[in-house]
Design a protein around this ligand. Structure first.
Ligand SMILES: Cc1cc2nc3c(=O)[nH]c(=O)nc-3n(C[C@H](O)[C@H](O)[C@H](O)COP(=O)(O)O)c2cc1C
Length: 362
């Protein structure tokens, strides 16, 4: 690189923060850091696993990037919380966001994942904190990792998908590093706004429900690796058995990387939880509710919904606690082990990411 090029560079450094359940977002952050290093910039990557946001804002000559997966068509809660706690900007430093999505591969056809409101909601938070928003990168071909729901991709397909993602991301990454803007997915964001009620439902309720489907089968040796490597510290070991607290992000790390394949998600327990949480407790408690100033059906609906919400959270947590106790009894555990599809699903792992890579700062 010539001396002139070095002098004209818009940034001296690139700092990347990432959240990654199964390695896709982590890998993308490492690509960006590698490209920055190739261009002679200082670069650093930091996993936000159990990390508090820094206290000091980045210097004006530093480009800061945030890489995370999208859940429920929006930004994953752990990253939204991290961004909310990120310091206010001093001197308008540049930022960008990138989202790893749930792409599929059907034969030779690559079907993209969809970020909904994920990228631009993240940028909105950063904009409100005074940052200059330079980039939004949807990484649409990273493999789907929701293996509580669908089988994961094996190594060959996953490599092909990651490679395609890397090739497509190269151009926008170079643009960003040269100080230009690369705001992709703006039209897609408009559709994301249309489905925002679904995303809000996911953030307010869906993620708590999903958190409570994980359990350990009789294969579990109580090694506690899942608890050690949980990015949000949501797994507690109780009598050498993992207990998933409601703060679990369903990032799928424990399920996909457990060395003994002992972690499953129970589909039959999901049915029980659905039934329990949707009992019309609010309507039972307040049959004639009215809300002053709000027209009749809406007022009643609001009171019922407000009463229903704590019931949903409470019933999900209490039922899980009871289920966890009963699962200690082997015959009961076997019923759930053999009645879940995750028992036969292929686990997903980003091909170049090992269990041991999931430590803060790597
Ligand atoms: C609970 C859950 C919800 C998800 N929702 C979406 C979604 O709305 N859109 C999408 O494209 N991918 C979705 N995915 C897939 C992941 O975002 C995707 O596989 C991502 O690349 C995983 O990145 P990671 O390996 O860094 O965690 C979801 C996955 C999970 C587990």
């Amino acid at each position: 690189m010539s001396k002139n090029e070095i002098l004209l560079r818009p940034f001296a450094a690139v700092d990347l923060y990432f959240f990654s359940g199964t390695g896709n977002a982590r890998r993308a952050a490492l690509w960006i850091a590698d490209e920055a290093a190739r261009q002679g910039l200082r670069s650093s990557t930091a996993s936000i696993d159990r990390m508090r946001p820094p206290i000091a804002p980045p210097p004006p000559d530093t480009l800061t990037g945030f890489v995370f997966p999208v859940h429920g068509f929006t930004i994953i809660w752990a990253m939204l919380r991290f961004l909310s706690g990120f310091p206010r900007a001093a001197g308008k430093p540049g930022v960008f966001v990138a989202a790893s999505l749930g792409g599929c591969k059907l034969g030779r056809l690559f079907v993209p994942g969809w970020e909904g409101s994920g990228l631009y909601l993240a940028l909105l938070v950063l904009r409100l904190k005074g940052y200059r928003c330079l980039g939004a990168l949807p990484l649409r071909n990273t493999p789907e990792n929701w293996t509580a729901l669908v089988p994961g991709y094996g190594e060959t397909a996953a490599r092909a998908m990651m490679e395609r993602t890397r090739m497509k991301a190269e151009g926008p990454i170079r643009l960003l590093l040269s100080g230009k803007t690369a705001l992709r997915g703006r039209i897609s964001f408009l559709f994301g706004l249309a489905v925002f009620p679904i995303s809000l439902g996911y953030l307010l309720l869906g993620r708590f429900f999903l958190a409570k489907l994980q359990f350990a089968t009789s294969r579990c040796t109580g090694c506690g690796e899942c608890a050690k490597r949980c990015p949000v510290g949501a797994i507690r070991m109780i009598r050498r058995r993992p207990y998933w607290q409601i703060t679990c992000e369903s990032c799928m790390r424990c399920l996909n990387y457990c060395p003994r394949r002992a972690v499953q998600a129970s589909h039959s327990f999901a049915v029980v939880l659905c039934w329990l949480a949707t009992l019309p407790v609010g309507a039972w408690l307040f049959p004639d509710a009215v809300m002053p100033g709000v027209p009749a059906p809406w007022g009643r609906w609001l009171v019922v919904a407000v009463a229903e919400y704590p019931w949903m959270l409470l019933s999900i947590s209490a039922a899980y606690w009871l289920w966890f106790r009963l699962l200690a009894w082997r015959p009961f555990n076997l019923i759930f082990e053999y009645s879940t599809l995750t028992r036969i699903y292929t686990r997903y792992r980003e091909p170049d990411t090992a269990w041991t890579d999931f430590q803060a700062g790597l």
